[in-house]
Design a protein around this ligand. Sequence first.
Ligand code: PLP
Length: 454
Amino acid sequence: MEQKRYLLPESEIPTHWYNIVAELKNKPLPPLNPQTKKPLSPEDLYPIFAKAVSQQELDSTHAWIEIPEKVREMYRNYRSTPLVRAYGLEKALGTPAHIYFKNESVSPVGSHKLNSAIAQAYYCKQEGITNITTETGAGQWGAALSYAAKAFDLELAVYMVKVSYHQKPYRRSIMQTYGAQVIASPSMSTKAGRKILTEHPNYQGSLGTAISEAVELAMSTPNCKYTLGSVLNHVTLHQTVIGQEAEKQMALAGEYPDIVIACFGGGSNFGGISFPFMRHNISGEKNTRFIAAEPSSCPKLTRGVFQYDFGDEAGYTPLLPMFTLGHNFAPANIHAGGLRYHGAGVIVSQLLKDKMMEGVDIPQLEAFDAAKIFAESEGIIPAPESSHAIAATIREALKCKETGEEKVILFCLSGHGLIDMTAYEQYLAGDLMNYSLSDEEIEKNVSELEKIIK
Ligand SMILES: *Cc1c(COP(=O)(O)O)cnc(C)c1O
C-alpha cells in the first residue's frame, strides 16, 4: 500500500521563518504614513503593534528570521501538521493528477491561524504588554488568539464581525472558553463603531470596521497592543512554517508540486504555503504555478485595482500598496467569513502584479460543492474558506483529466468546518446563493480612493 500521510519528527519543525521580501528582485512599495505620505519606519508602528513584529513588518533584508524557542515549544503541541495524499479525492474525480493537502485543520483551534497567534502573543508578553485587542471575521483568528493570549497570560478583547457573531455562536463560545472578551462589531464602544451605527443602524459589519474598532481601543488603552491575523507581512512570515514543512514532506513522498493552491482572505495561508516553494522559482530552479482562490463576491485579486489604500474602514491604519476593492467595500454575507476582506497583503499584491502568482475567483456554491466532494472522499469537513482552495484544486485536477497530465497539485487545507455546520445546513437545504458583483459597484468604491500611485 502506498503511503498516505507524511509527518516530520519534532526536531524537524522549522527553526526560522522565511521572509521572501529579502529575496525579491522587485521589492513591494513601502507602506505610507497617511498624514505625511512618507514611507513608514518601524517606530511609526510601535504605538499599535509589538516592536518585534513592527520590525518584521518592514524587514526587507533578512531572508531567515529565527523562531523564538518558546514559540517553537508551543508549535510542538500540534506541528508538524500532516501532509496527506488525497487518494480518495483523486479517485472521486477520476484524475491522473497527484493531489496532496497540508492539513492545518489539526491545530488545537482548527486552523492555520494559531501559527501567527502564538508568535504575536509571545512578543507582546516579552515586551511587557498586558492587554491585546483584535478583530475576527469567522472567528478563527479570534479563537487562535484567545488560546495564545491565555497561554502567555494576556487579557484579550475581540471585535467580532456582527454577521459572524450571529451566524457562528459556537466560535464566540470558544473564545469565551479560553477567557477572551468578545464584542459584536460595529459596537457602541468605539468612535468608529458609533459613527457607522449612526449612519447605518443595520450594518452587519466587516473586517475593515472591526479592525478600526480594535485599533482604536489599542491606541486609547495603556499597555495595550493590537494584533492582526492576516494581510500584514509579519503574519504571512509566521505562516511560512506551513510551506517549509510541506517541502520536506513532499520530498519524503518523492514529489515536488507543479501547482500550489490556497484560499485567499488577506494572503497569510497562501503566502505561508507558497513562499518557501516560490523561493525556488525566484532562483530559477523551478517553475511552479501558485494559485490564490478568492470568493467571487470579494474579488480583489481578479477585479480589484492596485492602489494605496487603508487596511480598515475608518482609515486608522497606514496606507498599503495593494490590490483592493476600496476600504469602504462591504462584501456580501457569504459563509467564508475569513475571505471577506477588501484588500490583499502587500507582498502578494506585488507578486500578482509581477505575475509570479495567479488569482482565481470561486462562486459560493462551487466552493460548497467542492467541500461536499472532499468530505465524502477524504472524510474531513473543510472550512468554507478552505473550500475555495479545494474548488480551485478540483478545476485543475479536471483539466489534468482532459489532458491526461499527471500533475502534482498541493493545496492548503487551512481549517476544518466543524463549527460552520449552519452554513452546511443551509447549503444542503438549497438556501445558499451566489452573489454577483457589477463593475459599477466595484468602480464606485475604487473611484473614491485617493490616487497616490500615478
Ligand atoms: C482566516 C482564514 C482564512 C483566510 O485568511 P488568510 O490570511 O488569507 O489565510 C482562510 N482559511 C481559514 C480557515 C481561515 O481561518
